[in-house]
Design a protein around this ligand. Structure first.
Ligand code: PSU
Ligand code: MN
Length: 299
């Protein structure tokens, strides 16, 4: 078993059996520019604390897997150079070489399963890419292996959403609409696709999660929360920017781990940062909802 490095706040929370919400760090290392990234990381942690839970931001610093980042560790991930994007397969290399990086949804879930933390907030999960059905984020298979509640705004809108939903069905991950019947499209509240079950409160989410795991099904519960209405973008407006960004990615031969950060950044430029505003707003909102779920779920 790998050993983890717990922050003071998180080890105290574990000892006192306080509700904990995990947060990922690829959004800090690869998703957002400095200093918006460090501000966002701190603001998400604050949302979790204000909601009565303890934030456990997960990342890898100098080859150590951290649960809860002290100020200088967060600074290293927000401003460092040569930082890795650490998905499930990337821990081994990072640990062996004492490297640092942000953990993706898949990477973070891999750590949580061992640490016994059940509630996790992120922006949007990875999924099946458009026009490249062989390009499937490791987030998807890892959701099928991880008994955690993942609070997000759906899958990133740059993806093939219907194919991503089919994959989630195959791996038996309930898609729980938080106060909605419709699967949100990350920047937008609507996608035209349905969720598999609706929950109107955090207590109801917690009940669904308990019932799921009491069945012996060790998969994740994906809780999808529409982005806050005041910052959400109309689906049509974003789709134009996404189509253009996808074309550019193909022309520039963008591959592998670079695809998602490239597309998110281009969509932000093409929407004159409206998508960035929506992204930041939904991240904070998801942290808020996850704190409520953690408090309702207890231990
Ligand atoms: N949500 C955001 N911004 C991001 C991500 C999520 O608002 O940058 C990250 C997550 O860490 C997710 C990853 O796991 O993008 C997916 O990358 P890929 O498609 O390469 O697996
Ligand atoms: Mn990929």
């Amino acid at each position: 078993m790998q050993t983890f490095s717990y922050s003071k706040e998180v080890s105290r929370a574990k000892r006192d059996q306080k509700p904990i919400v995990a947060l990922e760090t690829t959004v800090i290392t690869h998703g957002l520019p400095y200093p918006a990234n460090i501000k966002l990381a701190r603001d998400m942690e604050k949302q979790v604390r204000d909601g009565g839970a303890v934030p456990a931001t997960v990342g890898v610093v100098d080859g150590k897997i951290c649960l809860g980042l002290e100020a200088e560790q967060l600074g290293a991930l927000a401003q460092g150079e040569g930082l890795l994007k650490i998905s499930r397969r990337d821990f081994s290399g990072a640990l062996a070489k004492n490297q640092s990086g942000g953990t993706t949804v898949a990477g973070t879930l891999t750590v949580l399963a061992q640490a016994g933390i059940r509630i996790f907030a992120t922006g949007g999960i990875g999924g099946v890419h458009r026009g490249a059905p062989f390009d499937i984020s490791a987030d998807l298979p890892t959701l099928g292996l991880s008994p955690a509640v993942v609070v997000c705004a759906g899958a990133k809108a740059i993806l093939d959403l219907p194919a991503t939903l089919e994959y989630l069905e195959t791996i038996s991950v309930p898609v729980v609409g938080y106060q909605t019947d419709e699967f949100p499209a990350f920047y937008s509240c609507t996608s035209g696709f349905q969720v598999s079950v609706r929950a109107d409160s955090a207590a109801e989410v917690a009940e669904i999660a308990r019932a799921h795991w009491d069945m012996g099904i060790q998969t994740a519960i994906l809780v999808v929360v529409p982005p806050p209405a005041q910052d959400a973008l109309p689906q049509k407006a974003v789709d134009k920017a996404i189509t253009q960004a996808l074309e550019e990615a193909q022309i520039q031969n963008i591959r592998g781990q670079q695809v998602t950060p490239f597309l998110l950044n281009r969509v932000s430029e093409l929407t004159k940062k409206a998508s960035l505003k929506a992204n930041l707003s939904l991240l904070l909102n998801n942290a808020r909802v996850a704190a409520k779920v953690a408090v309702a779920f207890g231990n």
